[in-house]
Design a protein around this ligand. Sequence first.
Ligand code: 6LW
Length: 543
Amino acid sequence: MQIRNPIIPGFNPDPSAIRVGEDFYLATSSFSYFPGIPIYHSRDLAHWEPIGYAFSDPAELEVEPTGISLGLFAPTLRYHEGVYWVIVTNMSAGMTYVVTATDPRGPWSAPHKLPMTFDPDLFWDDDGRCYVAGSMLLGFPQPKPYFGPRIGVYELDTEKWEYTGEMTGLWTGALFDSISPEAPHIYKKDGWYYLLISEGGTEHFHAVTIARSRSLLGPYEGYDGNPILTHRHLPQGYPICATGHADRIDTPSGEWYMVFLASRTYGGYHKNMGRETFIAPVIWENGWPVVSPETGRCENTYPMPKGLAPCPFMPPLKRDDFTGDALALQWNTLGSPTNGVFRLADSRLYLRAAAEPIRPEKPAQARFRPGQHEPVEPRAMAFVGRRQQHMDFSAAVRMTFSPRDGETAGLAILQNNNANLRIEMALEGGRRVLRVMRYMVDTHAELGHHGATITAEETCLASLPWDADSAVLRIWTNGQEHHFCAGADENSLRPLCESVHGGFLGSETCGGFVGAFIGMFCSGNGRESENEAAFDWFEYSGE
Ligand code: 6LW
């Protein structure tokens, strides 16, 4: 058996990991999906089982569906004196949240709220004092051009939940005029404070760099061998790209590993699954880490760590019959569901035709709220989905729905607010139809490229009269070719149209920080409605 990359496939960026005894835990970013901040557990570094979420009270998580790439950015997961800690920025609300738990499966505390730092880290020094390092990239006024330290640190008073004093600048990054120095983590080893960061931006030029100091507050000296991990020098055709945003982990026998984000491209330079979690071994040479020492690149596989027996976990069944009284861990809503968008009853999942549209009237443009708190009303879109984890996958549902004017329900692959592919039931001229829709934006919609005008286009690729109120809907892919089928039951599925190239769903094309979800939706498309779509089952399989 080997460790296979990505260790956590599908949208799982900004990994942060710890070891507690023989158990490894890892947290990733969730942006505006709910529950927030998935937590994974492993005993062997190869198999990572989802065990819960750090934010699972909708009222406590201020995220909403239209700013999909806002919400919870870049957690740091730590263990200190019997307590698990997660610190994370909520970009929707312009605040930093800290939650704690004595069991990483939960329950987690309500968030303690701090002024916003970006990509916050938690570090306890030997004297027990707690420090939050962060990036000053967003939320802090800075002159331009600016070559001062852009990674800084505050001391945190964990009784009063406030920063003590001013932020101390630590490092600018390895490159002169480095782009987006971010994702700091501080570690202490052999009398040195190591400051691990990322720079180059989270796209193709992402890189992991490191500096060290004899004192926590600096001065920090960058490593001459930086970057310690990057694929920025490799061509776009290389199958793993954008390696960065890293954290370290060690095994009980003292071997080091780095977990980091990267993307798999397929069918062209397309990253439909967004940024996923990868791992590579680390050795130390002359006081500095060497990542993936055999080749200097992130490989598809690595040998199992010494002394760790393979420890697979039971994967979820392919089909979810919705027989439980709560949604299984794989499911997320887009936004915090305080507005009653779903319920489970009679072994079915019901989604209500809430006003939030599956595609906005005008393309959505996310607003960053640097630095100041702006309360956000938690609410969700009636979308219950799971991560796309495979290039070749199949997803199917059985749905019953009686649409009223303007209402739609069906099966969608959602990349962000401005890019989706879907099969939906709707009324056209008073007649029920099943249709295939493509909603795509020109470019970089999510971040808006400062004032750029965004245009988006919705195309109906097929529309078929459908007299029955129920249907089995299926989307399957071979690479970027997306196929759409429907039928009265599983044995009578027929293609609805030609296959569609899904490369436009890649995050490098349509912008944003998330990755594709596939799931069930129901929408009043601007009008609140109590009408519901019922889903008997959902099935996903992939290679
Ligand atoms: C995150 C930053 C980054 O805050 O992307 O890749 C941002 N790194 O560190 C969103 O995940």
